[in-house]
Design a protein. Structure first.
Lengths: 110, 114
């Protein structure tokens, strides 16, 4: 069935450390994945995307890894900053619909 | 310039009332969406329009009626509001349909039904 799930509902990291947010998806036919960041009181904001013909993509301080064998996606944030505190969602395109996972709250403490 | 703008940002109303949320995008996109986010932050797609035509209609009560007067606008009208309709409603837009690219979201409209 359609489901995109996250392993950890809340992740607490110290400022300056690297963060890793994980996501499992169920539809092996999904070929496009997006990570979104949602700050309190705001709409989801695009971070980075990856298509299924790739297994890694890098942005500014962020890296997305895709493992199609185990249907797993991860978002790595380098040198986590207080401004990174938010809820992070992975999303997959499934039959023309963008399906969101349940979200992980990232808390950054000094 | 706000790319995707929704009004109102907050809406408090009584059960049984009818209310509307408006959305406009100035990105020149062809496709617009409504998503509902519940209290647990779960985001679920409700509707999608491409060039004013309905292309996605999820299992949503028919009390919810989207209307797209042109491709830059997608409004959501809700009849006979119920307590369970309380949520944050997000409008979004994208250049095409399907997996052609990211969705751009508005800031959300928080609906509280008393």
């Amino acid at each position: 069935g359609e489901s995109v799930g996250l392993h950890l509902p809340t992740l607490s990291v110290q400022e300056g450390d690297n963060s890793i947010i994980n996501c499992a998806y169920s539809n092996s036919a999904s070929d496009y994945f997006i990570w979104y960041k949602q700050e309190s009181g705001k709409g989801p904001q695009f971070i980075i995307d990856i298509r299924s013909n790739m297994d890694k993509r890098q942005g500014q301080r962020v890296t997305v890894l895709l493992n199609k064998t185990v249907k797993h996606l991860s978002l790595q944030i380098a040198a986590t900053q207080p401004g990174d505190s938010a809820v992070y969602f992975c999303a997959e395109y499934n039959t023309d619909k963008l399906i969101f996972g349940t979200g992980t709250r990232l808390q950054v403490f000094p | 310039d706000t790319a995707v703008s929704q009004t109102p940002k907050y809406l408090v109303t009584q059960m049984g009332n009818d209310k509307s949320i408006k959305c406009e995008q100035n990105l020149g996109h062809d496709t617009m969406y409504w998503y509902k986010q519940d209290s647990k932050k779960f985001l679920k797609i409700m509707f999608s329009y491409n060039n004013k035509e309905l292309i996605i209609n999820e299992t949503v009560p028919n009390r919810f009626s989207p209307k797209s007067p042109d491709k830059a606008h997608l409004n959501l009208h809700i009849n006979s509001l119920e307590l369970g309709d309380s949520a944050v409603y997000f409008c979004a837009s994208s250049q095409g349909t399907g997996n052609t690219g990211e969705l751009f979201f508005g800031e959300g409209s928080r609906l509280t039904v008393l």
